[in-house]
Design a protein around this ligand. Sequence first.
Ligand SMILES: [Zn+2]
Length: 325
Amino acid sequence: MGKTSSLLEDLIEKAGGCAVVDGGFATQLEIHGATINDPLWSALCLIKDPDLIKRVHLEYLEAGADILVTSSYQATIPGFLSKGLSIEEGELLLERSVRLAVEARDKFWDVTKRVPGHGYNRALVAASIGSYGAYLADGSEYSGCYGPDVNLDKLKDFHRRRLQVLVRSCPDLLAFETIPNKLEAQACVELLEEENVQIPSWICFSSVDGENAPSGESFKECLDIINKSKKVNAVGINCAPPHFLESLICKFKELTEKPIVVYPNSGEVWDGRAKRWLPSKCFGDDKFELYATKWRDLGAKLIGGCCRTTPSTIRAISKVLKEMS
Ligand SMILES: [Zn+2]
């Protein structure tokens, strides 16, 4: 898989065969009182409260995350432009998202590495690249319906500048997240090639039926595209409910040889009309411990959480995975 993959593979190995990705970012910002009800969502904090972003990164490191995902999920140049910022200001904010995570990682590691028997790994920083639907903020990252006007070139144009700026900011990894259809997977794969990106990456899909991509296209179709690329080092699912993952990991195992990454949401359901999360019935942190064990046994190499998971979820996952190794 080439030299770019070794960084990720080394971390997985050091973590005992399965590394821990961090958890919900916006969720934790909200717990600290940040208002993120905005099309820019957690990216709003890049402008208003960068110290809080760093604090949340530190909380996830403390909880045992081996990989920090940056706050750039919904940070896009067009999104910043619509807020009245200039292109230069938008680019600086993207760079800032990587820098804040790197600073948190370095700060945590400087202290931790001196503690005998600490049990932590030096974390990697993954620059988050949300799907086009995440930028639209209309829920299309869960429907995969981008409409007839959106073609491959439009998706590549949308992703290109942000990708360039994030790459220039030197994260350890790139994380494409909640990709809902084959076309956008294709756009990501072609962009990595065209830009000759040397940073390892993963591509994660969302899923709303536990079987296919949100667009209804099969994961076979989607993974066939990704399997052809040497620049994608892991593939998986994020922000789907946890009870989908067992069968999806089994499916992905048959469809690809690339390491599988999963970081589901908490299983709570977003009520779009009332704009609130409906209370979860059964997905507490203890449940995540069981799930993480199962997912690891099925072959997942990277496990974490997405929306509505918190540092305590990640602490539970990290503890159970590290006990096993
Ligand atoms: Zn999510």
